[in-house]
Design a protein around this ligand. Structure first.
Ligand code: PHE
Ligand code: ZN
Ligand code: ZN
Ligand code: ZN
Length: 294
C-alpha cells in the first residue's frame, strides 16, 4: 500500500511517503473512510493479531490519530513510539514529518511476525502543527490505569533533515519550568540512543525537550520520553559543519514549513541511520523496559 502524506486533497499538498503496509489490524476499527488516496487500507488492516484505527483527512474531516498495536505477552507494559502525520498547509511535509512517520511504519511492518514480551503501540498523530492537538487529546483521554500501563514514549519528528545534525532528546535537562520535570528514566532512553550512535562511530548532540513536539503530553503525564531530531530552522554552525558535513549558515532543514519540503527534501543517509536507531530502541524496549522503569 502507499500512504499519501498530508490532507491529501490537492496534489501540491501530497507526497508519496513510502511503500508501506500497515501492520495487522481489525478492519472494523477503520472508523473513517480513506479518501483520495490509493491506500489499500482494507487489505492491510485485515491481518490478524493487532488492532488499529486509520483515517486520512480532508479539509472537511477532522484530523485523527492513527494507532496500531502489536500485542506482547504482557498487555500491561506498553512501549509507545509516535510521529506526527500532518504537515503545515504550506507544503507536503516530507521531512516534517513524513520522515518520522515512514520510519515507524517501516518498523511496524517488520515487527508483525514477532510476539514480544511488551506490547508495542505505534501512534501517527494528527494536528501536531495546530498545537500538538492529537497527542494531547490522546494522553488526556487515557484513564489513570491506561496511562500507568505506558512504560515510555519515543518521539520522531524531523529525522531526515537535508542539512542534518544527529540529535538525541536530552533526558537530564529541559526548558520545562518547575514543577514540570522530565520523568526519570528519560535519561536511560537518551543513553540507549547515544550508545547506538557511539557503536556506529557517529557523533551526536543533545536536542532540548522544549515542548515543541508530541512528547510534551507524555512528559506532563510523568511518562519517560525520548527520541531523535535532525533540526529545523536553526542555522548550521561552522563547528557543526565540521562534525557532520553539510552547509554552515543554512538552516538544518532549509525547507522547514515551506512548499519545498517535498520528496527531495530528505537526507536518505540520516533517514537510514535514524531508522536503524529507532528499530533498535523499539525492539530493545519491546523485550524489556527495566532500565527505564526500574
Ligand atoms: N515540532 C516542530 C514541527 O513540527 C519541529 C520541531 C521540533 C522544531 C523540535 C524544534 C524543536 O514543526
Ligand atoms: Zn512542523
Ligand atoms: Zn514536526
Ligand atoms: Zn543528557
Amino acid at each position: 500500500a502507499v500512504i499519501i502524506m498530508n490532507q491529501g486533497n490537492t496534489p501540491e499538498r501530497s507526497g508519496v511517503l513510502t511503500n508501506v503496509t500497515l501492520i495487522g489490524a481489525n478492519p472494523t476499527a477503520l472508523d473513517v473512510p480513506v479518501v483520495g488516496t490509493s491506500f489499500d487500507a482494507g487489505a492491510a488492516l485485515a491481518q490478524p493479531g493487532s488492532t488499529a484505527t486509520v483515517s486520512m483527512f480532508t479539509e472537511n474531516n477532522p484530523q485523527k490519530n492513527v494507532i496500531a498495536e502489536l500485542p506482547g505477552r504482557n498487555p500491561d507494559n506498553v512501549v509507545m513510539a509516535g510521529a506526527h502525520l500532518d504537515s503545515v498547509p504550506e507544503g507536503p511535509g516530507i521531512n516534517d514529518n513524513g520522515s518520522g512517520s515512514a520510519a515507524l511504519i517501516e518498523i511496524a511492518q517488520n515487527m508483525t511476525k514477532l510476539k514480544p514480551q511488551n506490547t508495542v503501540r505505534f501512534a501517527w498523530w494528527g494536528a501536531e502543527e495546530e498545537g500538538l492537538l492529537g497527542s494531547a487529546a490522546y494522553v488526556e483521554g487515557l484513564s489513570d490505569e491506561e496511562r500507568d500501563r505506558i512504560a515510555l514514549y519515543l518521539n520522531f519528528d524531523m529525522i531526515a533533515s537535508p542539512n542534518y545534525i544527529y540529535m538525541v532528546y536530552d533526558g537530564d535537562e529541559s526548558t520545562f519550568e518547575a514543577p514540570v520535570v522530565v520523568p526519570e528514566g528519560s535519561v536511560e532512553i537518551e543513553d540507549l540512543f547515544e550508545r547506538y550512535f557511539t557503536s556506529i562511530d557517529t557523533p551526536y548532540d543533545d536536542a532540548e525537550f522544549s515542548g515543541r513536539s508530541d512528547y510534551e503530553a507524555f512528559i506532563l503525564a510523568g511518562i519517560p520520553a525520548g527520541g531523535l531530531f535532525t533540526g529545523a530552522e536553526d542555522e548550521k554552525t561552522v563547528e557543526q559543519a565540521e562534525i557532520w558535513g553539510g552547509t554552515a549558515g543554512e538552516w538544518l532543514d532549509p525547507c522547514y514549513h515551506q512548499a519545498c519540503d517535498d520528496i527531495d527534501n530528505v537526507s536518505l543517509d540520516a533517514l537510514e541511520t535514524n531508522t536503524d536507531a529507532i528499530a533498535l530502541a523499539v525492539l530493545a524496549y519491546s523485550y524489556s523496559t527495566e532500565l527505564v522503569n526500574g
